[in-house]
Design a binder for this molecule. Structure first.
Ligand SMILES: *[C@@H]1O[C@H](CO)[C@@H](O)[C@H](O)[C@H]1NC(C)=O
Ligand SMILES: *[C@@H]1O[C@H](CO)[C@@H](O)[C@H](O)[C@H]1NC(C)=O
Length: 283
């Protein structure tokens, strides 16, 4: 390649993938209850509010196909029982939707926050796993990441994998590979199910409840956008190092599963007398 070609090629790459969004205003929109989504710290941080009148939510303006989406989130402090704060990706295609969920289930003061993950592929979900966090997610910001390429979907908490959904299409198991997804976040009242199965209700005398988001980082192919992006091997997230967990990641993933996983649909024989096929395809 000549220098000129290299420059042109680099420019092309720059237009192919989204760099990190600079501002909430530019890249996101409020989807639910404008008055409850507030910009604080000169717009660098978004505060979501839940009170008795409403929850709220926001979403990315674009959709994405493959890549990595990270947000730093500080969850509701104190008594958060009955609340759910979510960060997820969704193709918004009713019957055939793909969706990758992080749901943070609140708890009474001093009791552990639970992170529930779920994967919908081609309209089929019901793949919940639950992990109790090993730190207080309301004391400070932590990073939550959804990584997604042709080989797997990985959910990370502070760079530690807590969930892997592998591409097992060869065994007839659907994998979210064809539909772009938007990035969403919501905070709402889910006290009919969230905490101890719905036994713990929201204590409204503690309202309003606040969750905080910052440092939105999206490195992904934007759709609509250059058609070649989602298959371009020039994108780092398609590189050989990202086709499976690194040995260090695999070790931390085992540590999470052994020490912090409190529910796995794969092991729920009452609900699934027949083990779902992806569960025996190796984690
Ligand atoms: C809340 O705390 C209780 C008691 O420690 C625990 O059993 C439960 O898993 C926690 N999380 C939720 C979402 O109920
Ligand atoms: C709700 O919060 C109030 C005020 O802090 C407290 O007095 C009350 O015991 C709480 N109720 C429950 C069910 O925790």
């Amino acid at each position: 390649m000549t220098t000129l070609q290299l420059v042109l090629f680099t420019c092309l790459l720059a237009t192919v993938a989204v760099a990190r969004p600079v501002s909430f205003v530019q890249d996101f929109r409020v989807t639910w209850a404008d008055s409850h989504v507030r910009q604080v710290e000169s717009g660098r941080t978004i505060q979501l509010v839940l009170d008795q009148s409403s929850g709220c939510g926001f979403a990315s303006k674009s959709k994405f196909l493959f890549g990595r989406v990270t947000m730093k989130i500080k969850l509701i402090a104190g008594d958060s029982a009955g609340t759910v704060t979510a960060f997820y990706m969704n193709s918004d295609t009713d019957n055939v939707r793909d969706e990758l969920d992080f749901e943070f289930l609140g708890n009474r003061s001093g009791q552990p926050y639970t992170v529930q993950t779920n994967v919908y592929a081609h309209g089929k979900g019901d793949r919940e796993q639950r992990v109790n966090l090993w730190f207080d997610p309301a004391a400070d910001y932590h990073s939550y990441t959804i990584f997604w390429n042709h080989h797997h979907v990985v959910f990370y908490v502070d760079s530690i994998p807590i969930r892997v959904y592998k591409n097992n299409e060869a065994r007839g198991i659907p994998f979210p590979r064809f539909q772009p997804m938007g990035v969403y976040s919501t905070l709402w009242n889910a006290d009919n199910w969230a905490t101890r199965g719905g036994l713990e209700k929201i204590n409204w005398s503690k309202a309003p409840f606040y969750a905080y988001y910052k440092d939105f980082d999206i490195e992904a192919c934007s759709i609509p956008g250059p058609a070649a992006c989602a298959s371009s091997s020039a994108n780092w997230w398609f590189g050989p190092a990202y086709q499976q967990l690194s040995p260090a990641e695999a070790r931390s993933y085992r540590w999470v599963r052994m020490n912090h996983m409190i529910y796995d649909y794969c092991a729920d024989r009452a609900r699934y007398p027949v083990v779902p096929p992806e569960c025996t395809a190796g984690i």
